[in-house]
Design a binder for this molecule. Structure first.
Ligand SMILES: Cc1cc2nc3c(=O)[nH]c(=O)nc-3n(C[C@H](O)[C@H](O)[C@H](O)COP(=O)(O)OP(=O)(O)OC[C@H]3O[C@@H](n4cnc5c(N)ncnc54)[C@H](O)[C@@H]3O)c2cc1C
Length: 397
């Protein structure tokens, strides 16, 4: 059986950055990455951005690492193969090709997969999810001939896909179950600012609605909503959330909540096993809570920190996350902890097209949502990092 000193499951930004950080600190130890995708590391964030989706840059610019980087750094990447079983006692991972690898130290960095809509008609062609380069390539191959598109879900995927579809001038509807856009995070006034971006771009908003079934014979022709509305669409893009796939892990042994529970050093409850990136639910000493995010820079920094810890250092993960995106003429930033809880309160400021929500406890700012208010991003991030409070006067709309 093959033996590897540092085995990494998942070749995304967390796993790849960890491999780089390990190599910087251990020049000889063997490193292998198991990746169920057929590609070297690419920018997942660019997939839904106009610059890539609308072919404004050469397609190969999506790749962050090329083959020679792995060779030069003596990092063995096994592509198009999955980890299917983990034996933490014998320290062995079994792969989908039946090979087994014994590890000294294991990192789980498997990201998170889209939640599927398993309802009538879900196997019709023309229904897509957005996570991988292959997903987006399939959408790009059909989008220009689509007569009308339906986006399902009022979150980031829906927001960014509506932005590119509006730029392509394809008639688009967006359906979500909340009363307003981003209804699981924002309030009605903030939702209205985002929705004004959708309306200006002629996107039809269908709120308070779920999809009952997809219609069509072989290919999708539309959806029937929970209010029995029949909406036409020959291309459907679903973005209703994501969830890591833990099927290869025995959850009775490894502590799993929504993500793999790790401490501030990204260590799991099992010796020699770490987790990082979107699949990890890490204790954050600055925010004093467990957080699990879907955030590129957070995953990258976790990769750097966990790589150092796997070679024997003891670095806590202290980074305050920032998810900043722009689309439909709206700038949107989620900073720090935006999880609601009884011990937190909110300070909200709003104008006709800008919005600030600070999430605070008695002493300090823990998180914030800023819409069309980029000038405050760095000040708010510093306040969260330094455990400071901000007054209403300090944050200007
Ligand atoms: C379309 C889109 C746009 C985004 N835009 C932004 C943005 O603007 N800003 C931002 O901060 N974040 C954005 N994100 C989120 C960001 O991309 C993620 O937070 C980040 O990629 C997570 O990195 P990761 O390494 O933890 O996981 P991933 O990038 O998901 O990598 C995990 C890898 O592990 C593989 N894997 C899973 N299970 C197994 C297994 N059993 N065996 C082998 N391999 C396995 C997966 O296929 C994947 O290749 C976006 C995400 C998407 C999908």
């Amino acid at each position: 059986m093959r033996q590897i000193k540092y085995l990494i499951v998942g070749g995304g930004i967390a796993g790849t950055t960890a491999s780089q950080s390990i190599r910087q600190n251990d020049t000889d130890g063997s490193i292998a990455i198991i990746s169920n995708e057929p590609h070297y590391l690419y920018s997942r964030t660019l997939l839904s951005k106009p610059v890539f989706f609308l072919d404004k840059i050469p397609a190969e610019n999506i790749f962050i690492k090329k083959e020679d980087w792995y060779i030069q750094n003596k990092i063995d990447i096994l592509k198009s193969v999955s980890a299917v079983d983990l034996n933490t006692e014998k320290q062995i991972v079994r792969l989908s090709n039946n090979d087994e690898i014994q590890y000294e130290k294991l990192l789980i960095a498997i990201g998170s997969d889209p939640v599927n809509l398993n309802i009538e008609g879900c196997n019709l062609s023309g229904i897509f999810y957005v996570r991988t380069l292959d997903d987006i390539q399939k959408i790009k191959a059909v989008v220009k001939t689509a007569k009308s598109v339906i986006c399902v879900g009022g979150g980031l995927v829906g927001f960014e896909m509506c932005d590119v579809l509006a730029k392509l001038k394809i008639p688009t509807s967006i359906i979500f179950r909340e009363p307003y856009f981003f209804g699981n995070i924002l309030d009605a006034k903030a939702g209205a600012i985002l929705e004004s971006g959708l309306i200006k771009n002629n996107i039809q908003i269908i709120n308070n609605s779920q999809i009952q079934k997809f219609t069509g014979i072989n290919a999708v022709a539309g959806v029937i909503t929970s209010h029995n509305q029949n909406i036409q669409g020959d291309l459907i893009i679903v973005g209703i959330g994501s969830q890591p796939q833990f099927s290869f892990i025995n959850s009775k042994i490894l502590n799993i909540n929504k993500g793999i529970v790790v401490n501030e050093y990204l260590e799991t409850n099992i010796p020699n096993v770490w987790a990082a990136g979107d699949c990890a639910e890490n204790y954050h000493p600055v925010l004093n809570e467990h957080t699990q995010l879907g955030n590129w820079s957070n995953s990258q920094i976790q990769g750097r920190v966990v790589g150092q810890n796997m070679v024997g250092k003891k670095q806590p993960m202290l980074y305050i996350s920032a998810y900043i995106t722009t689309g439909l003429g709206v700038n949107l930033a989620f900073l720090g902890s935006i999880k609601p809880s009884d011990s937190k309160r909110e300070i909200v400021k709003i104008s006709s097209n800008a919005y600030i929500k600070l999430i605070v406890d008695d002493q300090r700012v823990l998180g914030a949502v800023l819409i069309n208010n980029p000038q405050n991003i760095s000040m708010v991030l510093k306040a969260i990092e330094n455990k400071h409070m901000l007054t209403e006067e300090e944050v200007k709309l």
